[in-house]
Design a binder for this molecule. Structure first.
Ligand code: PLP
Length: 394
């Protein structure tokens, strides 16, 4: 008799974004003239840069000619994009070869799907709070989750707990939702811990393009020993504005072996069974985003968001509101004033300032009492929002 995967019943009902939308709509219905500013979304708002557009237009034209038309591409991505990604690692002094890159349709699916190639059993270690996909995909896969506390006392950058023996460790830096970024010494601790426990680190670098501090690592592969214990998952979504285009990649060093078997080969096997590749047009756009002009143009967009983040951070500083993130990340993670809980602060911000943010409690229990502001909005809106926040009396 057919039964549904009962692990779905174990998923926590996460009403975060539905509840945000509901409360916002209710408020707008009661206050139709309110100019509500949304600083809650994690989606980019600026258009694709011209290098990317030109490359994609050209690729569309190629698809219209018999001589240059392309059908299914390689499961692991076209060589031109894998080479461009490999070369982009050289900026950070990292040697990742094209045959260690696996192109995909984005980091969300990769962070979830990669679990499939590892045997079930064993613990998945996930920081709390976290990007919810790590938790939900581990639950659906029937894996045991151990949480590690990210909190104010460790600046939301937890370090290994040697009493826990995980098989898989999810790390995200710069972090969503907290904006916290690990330094090299901290990541070295994670790498040493993973090597000691024969665990694999799944390192989500989706926001690496926002790092400006030259001492902070953009990639786990900047850390000695990481090639024997880490997989990096990255995306064109946030750095190049590809959230609607869809392109990401997984970097698996050839040295990475489990029981003598190549992890990269295993991932390619999985991809070739379940994935038919990212479109040629998209991959041409992604390669253009990594060209010199593409990077310069993307940098302008990133700097635009970073200016927004700076304005928000300075406003919070002026009000003595504890917060992290914002500098090397598009997110600002603040402590709700007067010990308010996350939803209380949401309501105050919505009703008193007409600003919508994201309650930290939606990202895990340790997010309670905290709040995420995103810098992916319009500069004029952020300027207005900072003026309104300054007027708030806590
Ligand atoms: N990883 C993190 C930490 C994210 O915050 C997001 C999206 O918000 C993703 C991955 C998903 O990225 P993509 O658009 O490449 O699927």
């Amino acid at each position: 008799m057919i039964k549904l995967n009962e692990n779905f019943d174990k998923l926590k009902k996460n009403y975060l974004f539905a509840e945000i939308a509901k409360r916002t709509e209710e408020y707008k219905a009661q206050n139709p003239n309110a100019d509500v500013i949304k600083l809650g979304i994690g989606d980019v708002t600026l258009p694709l840069c011209s290098s990317v557009l030109d490359a994609m237009h050209e690729a569309v034209n190629e698809m219209g000619e018999t001589a240059t038309f392309r059908g299914y591409g390689p499961y692991e991505g076209y060589e031109f994009l894998r080479t461009a990604i490999s070369e982009s690692y050289l900026r950070y002094g990292i040697d990742i070869q094209p045959d260690e890159i696996y192109v995909s349709d984005g980091a969300k699916s990769d962070t979830a799907n990669i679990l499939e190639i590892f045997q079930t059993g064993g613990n998945v270690l996930i920081p709390n709070p976290t990007y919810p996909v790590y938790v939900d995909s581990s639950i659906i896969a029937g894996r045991n989750i151990c949480y590690i506390d990210a909190n104010e006392s460790n600046n939301f950058l937890p370090l290994p707990d040697y009493s826990v023996k995980p098989s898989i460790i999810y790390l995200c830096s710069p972090n969503n939702p907290t904006g916290a970024v690990y330094n090299k010494k901290q990541l070295k601790e994670w790498v040493d811990y993973a090597l000691e426990n024969q665990s694999i680190i799944l390192f989500d670098a989706a926001y690496e393009a926002f790092i400006e501090d030259p001492d902070l690592p953009h990639s786990i592969f900047e850390i000695e020993g990481s090639k024997e214990c880490a997989i990096e998952i990255c995306s064109f979504s946030k750095g190049a504005g590809f959230t609607g285009v869809r392109c990401g990649y997984v970097a698996i060093p050839n040295e990475l072996k489990v029981d003598g078997k190549s992890v990269g080969e295993m991932w390619l096997r999985r991809q070739s069974i379940k994935f038919n590749g990212t479109s040629y047009i998209t991959q041409k756009g992604a390669a253009a985003a990594l060209s010199k002009e593409g990077m310069e143009q993307a940098r302008k967009n990133i700097n635009y968001y970073k200016e927004n983040a700076k304005m928000l951070s300075e406003t919070l500083k002026g009000l003595n509101i504890w917060h992290i993130g914002g500098k090397n990340s598009p997110y600002i993670w603040l402590k709700c004033p007067n010990n308010m809980d996350s939803w209380e602060f949401f309501d105050i911000l919505l009703t008193k300032s007409n600003i919508v943010g994201t309650p930290g409690s939606g990202f895990g229990t340790n997010g309670e009492g905290f709040f995420r502001l995103s810098s992916f909005g319009k500069k004029e809106d952020v300027e207005k929002a900072t003026q309104r926040i300054k007027k708030l009396q806590f």
